[in-house]
Design a protein around this ligand. Structure first.
Ligand code: ACM
Ligand code: ZN
Length: 748
């Protein structure tokens, strides 16, 4: 970690006060108060600089690609640049410390950016850009005024990145370049570009045509083809685009797992040699590169030969995560390799595999980085580690003396819903807890990870932003800054200005947090009462309840009879956003009646508490939506007291199905009734006995049944869902306990 000039928020605020900053500035010229990431030091100076639409500029000789970026920006702003002093000066100052450090000064004489490095000059430019009026992003040809200020700045961490998964969903070249622009805007310096996966291979390799003919395409469930790949010229143009903005593109070529697409193109690279399809479903697949076959290494070396031609990054990411070893266990060649190399097991075989590729790349002047699973068989020599399963891998790798990049699922997974990681959670991330600051390894920095299983291109930005904006400040300004008690409130205040710039450059950012809470209760008559409660900053909501067709407003309770869906449009910052939230509800007979569970729900999936099965709220197609209650390896049985003996005509529940996540339908569901809570009789049984059949779907299944005979009456109703048993033999987690998910105990 580069030690920043430790000037804290209070200093920033007081210098802003000196400059006459208001709580809510209305686009004044000196918009230092909206800077994100926060610079390390900001000091107000007397005087101001006025540009009337023509600006003198002085550039270092060897800064041509960057100069073009700056010139293009001013051209779009409608400001004419001409050579000459007394305007904008970029100057090298060799004695300045830090790879990306810079100083920026605005006074009556002009605007000067000084740095020892080209990267530092570019970061300084980015800060200046964000101080210019937001109109300049579109056009401000009558010029601008900037108040005097001096900024001295350097990033806390040297590695500040975004992982972009181009495989689960393909993104076009212009989109990737736009993401690079946005990284630059946020002072980030790494695009970790995930280019090979089970569901698609995205990098053209001239000697291996089937990668682009076969591995780049998958057939979706509806018969359509999804895919694409980047040609050599496209990659070169992306890398050059990034390089001009001082963003390193680190390609990720996954091995030995997540390689189904490559195996579909070249089955001889797998242990079985069986022909495979490029899968169209998500998960972890057991067919991986054969570690015993020399053909595997010939192939991967050919790939790496092209990779090092195309990507100048010092590190190459080799993946290494989620590689099941079942094929290696049964493969004679892999077993022979284990014997020949004196390895103890398949984990060590993975270390040997990665180590061999690491040596190959070292011969080409590169080093490797892999996900924290590469620690499992012992850290391959010279490898850096990217910790994603919490920070444990980071701790182990630092202990072993390795370089480490952190992006734990707890704070950095931008594909996760806001329910799991909201803006504040992302902002609260500490990439370097004290325990890791001692070394001997180094925390280089961190990333935000944008996996795209559930995000076609048009959804990517709304998931990445604004959360990556928070991580950008975490990685640039550092935990000494973001860990201060009032830092998040100040960040939000600056966000309001930053949003205007994101609007101006057309970022399709999403929300800061889930916009609403859905509250349910029962009224005096025992009917379900629901309320969509606004939650985020400046959030409003309007919508409809399908059960009655009535229109709704957030914050106003409404009565729910029978099943239906609430659809709410989110308002934010005074505008309707078009973003929709949906909740399925059922106002049935048992809502909020006393309920007894014969099991303790998983703490991860409580469904909201003890009343979850009678709260009127149904689960969605997302098993993490908070409405599902679950238990692993056990039956789930619940008894509700209806308060009086009454007719029971129909019963139901929702069950979740997602076998890749070990979630199976129950083998059976049994409903029983009782008049007194002691003697029980059958009410109904579900017909779903297909539990152990292989099924690739991920969905809520509705289980509704009629009572067995007309005229059935009960005061107590018991629902028992029978767990499907251990994951079956064909499953990647064969013999592990399966999960059972229920959302509601509907009684009519
Ligand atoms: C990962 O999320 N599998 C690195
Ligand atoms: Zn093998």
């Amino acid at each position: 970690m580069i030690r920043p000039h430790l000037i804290f928020l209070s200093t920033v605020c007081s210098s802003l006060l000196i400059m006459g900053c208001q709580e809510t500035p209305l686009l004044p010229a000196g918009r230092v108060d909206a800077l994100i990431p926060a610079p390390q030091s900001v000091t107000g100076l007397p005087g101001e600089f006025r540009c009337e639409g023509v600006l003198n500029a002085v550039w270092p000789e060897d800064w041509k690609a960057e100069q073009e970026v700056v010139q293009d920006w001013f051209a779009k702003a409608g400001i004419q640049l001409q050579a000459g002093s007394g305007g904008l000066v970029f100057r090298r100052l060799e004695q300045m410390d830090g790879e990306e450090a810079y100083a920026l000064q605005v006074d009556a004489e002009g605007m000067a950016i000084e740095a020892a490095t080209s990267a530092g000059l570019f970061r300084g430019w980015t800060t200046l850009r964000k101080m210019l009026p937001v109109e300049c992003e579109m056009g401000c040809d009558d010029g601008f005024t900037l108040s005097g200020v001096r900024i001295e700045d350097a990033p806390a961490f040297g590695h500040r990145g975004l992982l972009l998964d181009g495989c689960r969903h393909f993104q076009d070249v212009d989109f990737v370049k736009k993401q690079i622009d946005l990284l630059a805007l946020h002072g980030m310096n790494v695009l970790h570009w995930h280019l090979t996966e089970d569901q698609g291979w995205r990098l053209a390799i001239p000697s291996r045509p089937r990668l682009t003919e076969v591995a780049a395409w998958r057939e979706e469930a509806d018969g359509s083809l999804h895919g694409g790949f980047y040609s050599r010229e496209e990659v070169q143009s992306i890398v050059a685009y990034a390089s001009a903005r001082h963003i390193e593109v680190i390609p990720e070529i996954e091995m030995p797992g997540h390689s189904s697409a490559a195996l579909a193109a070249y089955p001889e690279l797998g242990c079985t040699g069986d022909s495979l399809e490029v899968p169209a479903r998500w998960g972890v697949f057991k067919d991986i590169y054969c570690a015993g076959s020399e053909e595997t290494f010939t192939f991967l070396q050919e790939v790496m030969d092209e990779v090092v031609e195309l990507f100048p990054s010092t590190r190459i990411h080799i993946g290494g995560d989620e590689a099941p070893k079942v094929r290696w266990e049964a493969c004679p060649r892999c077993q022979q390799r284990i014997r020949d190399e004196g390895l103890a097991n398949e984990e060590e075989l993975q270390r040997w595999f990665i180590g061999r590729m690491g040596r190959y790349l070292k011969g080409k002047g590169r080093t490797i980085i892999g996900w924290d699973e590469i620690l499992e068989g012992g850290l391959p020599e010279g490898a850096a580690v990217q910790s994603w399963r919490g920070m444990g891998g980071a701790a182990e790798a630092v202990h072993l003396g390795a370089d480490v990049v952190v992006s734990p699922t707890s704070h950095c997974y931008l594909d996760y819903p806001l329910r799991s990681t909201d803006l504040e959670e992302a902002y609260s991330f500490n990439p370097m807890p004290d325990s890791l600051a001692q070394g001997p390894g180094r925390i280089l920095g961190g990333e935000g990870n944008m996996w795209t299983e559930h995000a076609p291109q048009e959804l990517v930005e709304s998931k990445v932003y604004p959360r990556l904006t928070a991580l950008a400040e975490v990685y640039w300004s550092g935990p000494d800054f973001t860990g201060r008690p009032n830092a998040y409130a100040d960040f939000l205040r600056r966000m309001d200005g930053h949003y205007q710039r994101m609007d101006a450059v057309g970022v399709d950012y999403g929300l800061e947090s889930p916009p609403f809470d859905l509250k349910t209760s029962s009224n005096a008559e025992g009917r379900l009462l629901a309320e969509v409660v606004p939650k985020g900053r400046g959030v409003d909501g309007r919508g409809t309840w399908s059960g009655s067709g009535d229109s709704l407003r957030a914050g106003v309770p409404f009565v729910v009879d029978g099943p239906g869906e609430v659809r709410m449009e989110v308002g934010r910052r005074g505008q309707w956003s078009g973003i929709q939230e949906r909740y399925a509800l059922d106002g049935h007979r048992a809502v909020y009646r006393p309920l007894k569970l014969d099991y303790v729900p998983s703490p991860w999936y409580t469904g909201g508490g003890d009343s979850a099965l009678v709260d009127g709220r149904l689960g969605s197609a997302d098993f993490r939506d908070g409405a599902w209650q679950a238990k692993q390896g056990q039956d789930m049985s619940a008894t509700v007291d209806l308060g009086e003996v009454r007719p029971v005509q129909a019963l139901g529940t929702g069950v979740y199905l997602y076998q890749d996540a070990w979630i199976f339908q129950p083998e059976r569901i049994i409903w029983e009734g009782s008049l007194d809570g002691k003697d029980w009789f059958d009410l109904a049984q579900s017909e779903t006995a297909a539990a152990l059949k292989r099924d690739d779907r991920q969905m809520r299944l509705d289980v509704s049944v009629q009572s067995m005979a007309p005229g059935m009456e009960a005061r107590y109703v018991r629902m028992t869902a029978i767990n499907a048993g251990p994951c079956p033999h064909w499953h990647a987690a064969a013999r592990s306990e399966s999960w059972l998910f229920l959302d509601e105990m509907v009684v009519r």
